[in-house]
Ligand binder design. Structure first.
Ligand SMILES: Cc1cc2nc3c(=O)[nH]c(=O)nc-3n(C[C@H](O)[C@H](O)[C@H](O)COP(=O)(O)OP(=O)(O)OC[C@H]3O[C@@H](n4cnc5c(N)ncnc54)[C@H](O)[C@@H]3O)c2cc1C
Length: 331
């Protein structure tokens, strides 16, 4: 995997003024969107970086009926969209991107996506717990040798070749569509018969002439000696198939806290959850964590939202409480 940010070691002070924020929230589910709402309402310049509306636990929930103030049933995606619109109405900005890495030491934090680098005085981590734990056979061995988790980073290596994308949400579909610009054929392997991506993306995927859809098929193994040569999949009710491909882009979800982009910068519990104090501060000053990425024994949208509110208020107090910061964004 060749990640742009790793090759271009940027000086954090080079981050342009339009990409400097008081608060950057990573993850835009109920925890992150509510944190953004409170931070923006407190006049903090606030950015939320999120992978996509239907990639989090709430965003992919078909119906929710127990969120206070929302009687009746509503889809999780619509509820998250409403939270985001409310945060935007107070001035928060949302960008759709995956955070690949962060540098959380020091007064200015740096946040890297494939498209841009951002700087922040405070960071609120709200990435949820949809991360994968177990890998399939061959995946770890062939990582960087055709197995990838980032089409934006690696698609160009597969010019004119055949690749597989495994997943079923917005992120997987968008990455597959991006790959069609390079690969000759994209095999889209969805573990579920129906895709969970938003309708216009599903449509775009279904209509694309370079895409072959394998719906309701589990990924069993990535095959190859030194590089990916094929994947083995198990379509429901049918015999297993070996599909020859040169690359396998995997976007499956599980139930582990998503902390990979932190690269060990913050302590976690034995089960991989971020550790915080009662006001959601992590071990590093100016860095907070909220929602399902913590080991909450109650995983509910209203709890995640409440934590986002508390963290934003504490961040606001700390940012405004500091004397004029050594970092002056106005310069
Ligand atoms: C099937 C199901 C049904 C549920 N039903 C209910 C219910 O009825 N009522 C209820 O109250 N709760 C319900 N829950 C629980 C609720 O959805 C969660 O507790 C809540 O969504 C947690 O919010 P969160 O913001 O912490 O995480 P999430 O909602 O998971 O949001 C995290 C966000 O972070 C983004 N993200 C992750 N990694 C990155 C990255 N590297 N870069 C950028 N963005 C990133 C994700 O894409 C996602 O948008 C349900 C959960 C599930 C799985």
């Amino acid at each position: 995997m060749e990640l742009k940010f790793a090759l271009e070691a940027q000086d954090r002070q080079d981050v342009g003024g339009d990409r400097r924020y008081d608060v950057v929230v990573i993850g835009g589910g109920p925890a992150g969107a509510t944190a953004a709402l409170y931070a923006a309402r407190a006049n903090l310049r606030t950015l939320v970086i999120d992978k996509g509306l239907t990639t989090g636990a709430l965003g992919l929930t078909s119906k929710i009926a127990n969120y206070p103030g929302i009687p009746g049933e509503i889809s999780g995606a619509e509820l998250v969209a409403r939270m985001r619109r409310q945060a935007e109405s107070f001035g928060a900005t949302f960008v759709q991107a995956k955070v690949q890495a962060v540098d959380l030491e020091g007064e200015v934090k740096t946040i890297y996506t494939n498209e841009a680098t951002y700087a922040a005085r405070a960071v609120i981590i709200a990435t949820g717990a949809m991360g994968r734990g177990q890998r399939v056979l061959g995946e770890d061995r062939l990582l960087g040798r055709g197995v990838s988790y980032c089409a934006t980073c690696d698609a160009a290596f597969f010019q004119g070749q055949e690749v597989a994308v495994v997943g079923n949400d917005d992120e997987a579909v968008e990455e597959a569509l991006f790959l069609t610009k390079f690969a000759r054929r994209v095999h889209f392997v969805s573990p579920t018969p129906d895709l969970k991506a938003t309708p216009h993306l599903r449509e775009a995927l279904a209509q694309h002439p370079a895409v072959v859809l394998h719906a309701g098929a589990a990924l069993r193994e990535v095959l190859g000696r030194d590089r990916v040569e094929a994947i083995r999949i198990a379509p429901r009710g049918q015999p297993e198939q070996v599909v020859p491909v040169n690359g396998a882009f995997i976007y499956l979800q599980g139930n582990k806290p998503i902390t990979d982009f932190l690269q060990g910068q913050l302590p976690t519990s034995e089960t991989g959850c971020l550790i915080v104090d009662r006001e959601f501060r992590t071990a590093l000053p100016g860095v907070f964590a909220v929602g399902d990425v913590l080991c909450n024994h109650v995983k509910q949208a209203v709890v995640a939202a409440a934590e986002g509110a508390v963290a934003a208020m504490v961040a606001e107090k700390e940012l405004h409480g500091r004397r004029q910061l050594a970092v002056d964004w106005a310069k």
